[in-house]
Design a protein around this ligand. Structure first.
Ligand SMILES: C[S@@+](CC[C@H](N)C(=O)[O-])C[C@H]1O[C@@H](n2cnc3c(N)ncnc32)[C@H](O)[C@@H]1O
Length: 272
C-alpha cells in the first residue's frame, strides 16, 4: 500500500519541482476557452492538482478530473483537497479509466508515467481520450535509483520472497543506454500522432539534510512494503540505506545526501 501521509510529509523534492514546472507547463499550453475538461493523471495525495492546477481551472471555469490507481492516495486527497471543481476517481488508463465518456482538453501527469510499463499503449489511450487540439503536459524520470534498487533488493536472498514481480517495475522502455530516455519517448509520442510542443531533459539535484526524509519518501511509494512483515521494515530500510549510500559513494551513516536526477519535461498536442 502506498502511504499518502508519508508521501505528503516527505515529498519536498517533488513539491519543489511541481511548484516550478506545473506553472511552466501551464504557460506553454494554450488557454483560450472556458469550460474545459482537465485531467490530472496520477494525482497522488492531491496537493499538486489543488495548489498548482486548480487556480487555472477556476480562472477558466473548467473542471479538474483527478485520477489515481491508489485508493489510500485518493482517500487522503478527497479529505484534504476536496473542491467543487475537482472530481476524484480511481483508475488506470490501461484498464479501468473511470470517465469513459469525457474527452479532455488538457492532461497533466506529474511524476507518474515512469510507473507505467506499457507506455506506448498508455500514451495511445491518452491520445484517444483527448479532444483535437488538446495539450498533454508531463514530467517523468527516465532513470532513477528508486527503480534500479528494485533489482538489487529484489534479487537478494533476503528480500526476493517479498518482491515477486519486481521485474515489472524495471521499465524496458527506459532502462537502457544512459541519456536516451528523451529520444525514446519522443519517437513513441510522434508515432502515435502527437505534435511535440516542448520536450526537454532537466538536470536537477536536491540536498536532503535528513537521510530519514529521503528514505521515507522512497518507502512511501514502494509497492512491495505491504508484503514485508512490519518487524522487518527497519531491516529493509537499513538495506535501502546501504544501497543508496553506496550508490552515492558516501558513508552508511551519512545524514545528508545530495540526490542527483534528471527528468523529461514535455508538452505535446493532439493535432486539430
Ligand atoms: C510520485 S507520485 C506523484 C503524485 C502527484 N502527481 C504529485 O505530483 O504529487 C506517483 C503517483 O502515481 C500513481 N500511479 C502509479 N501508477 C499509476 C497508474 N498506472 N495509473 C494511475 N496512477 C498511477 C501512484 O499511486 C502515485 O500516487
Amino acid at each position: 500500500m502506498l502511504d499518502p501521509e508519508k508521501y505528503e510529509n516527505n515529498k519536498s523534492v517533488a513539491a519543489r519541482d511541481a511548484a516550478e514546472f506545473v506553472p511552466k507547463i501551464i504557460e506553454i499550453m494554450e488557454w483560450k476557452n472556458n469550460h474545459e475538461n482537465i485531467l490530472d493523471y496520477g494525482c497522488g495525495a492531491g496537493s499538486t492538482g489543488y495548489n498548482f492546477i486548480l487556480p487555472q481551472v477556476e480562472k477558466f471555469e473548467s473542471h479538474l478530473y483527478s485520477v489515481d490507481i491508489s485508493e489510500p492516495m485518493l482517500e487522503f486527497a478527497r479529505n484534504k483537497y476536496s473542491h467543487p471543481r475537482i472530481t476524484y476517481g480511481k483508475g488506470d488508463i490501461e484498464k479501468d479509466f473511470p470517465w469513459e465518456n469525457v474527452k479532455f482538453d488538457k492532461i497533466f501527469s506529474i511524476y507518474v508515467l515512469h510507473f507505467i510499463s506499457d507506455i506506448r499503449n498508455a500514451l495511445k489511450r491518452f491520445y484517444n481520450i483527448m479532444n483535437p487540439g488538446g495539450f498533454f503536459g508531463f514530467t517523468l524520470v527516465p532513470k532513477s535509483y528508486y527503480r534500479t534498487s528494485f533489482k538489487i533488493l529484489g534479487e537478494s536472498e533476503k528480500w526476493k520472497g517479498y518482491m515477486k514481480g519486481y521485474e515489472d517495475h524495471i521499465l524496458q522502455w527506459m532502462e537502457y543506454e544512459d541519456g536516451k530516455g528523451h529520444e525514446v519517448i519522443t519517437n513513441i509520442l510522434q508515432s502515435i500522432g502527437f505534435n511535440i510542443v516542448k520536450l526537454e531533459v532537466v538536470q536537477r539535484s536536491f540536498q536532503f539534510n535528513d537521510m530519514n526524509t529521503y528514505l521515507e519518501l522512497y518507502l512511501s511509494i514502494n509497492p512491495f512494503l505491504k508484503s514485508i512483515p512490519e518487524d522487518l521494515h527497519p531491516s529493509f530500510k537499513d538495506d535501502l540505506r546501504r544501497y543508496v549510500t553506496d550508490f552515492a559513494g558516501i558513508p552508511f551513516d551519512s545524514e545528508q545526501i545530495i540526490s542527483k536526477y534528471e527528468f523529461v519535461l514535455a508538452v505535446v498536442q493532439k493535432p486539430q
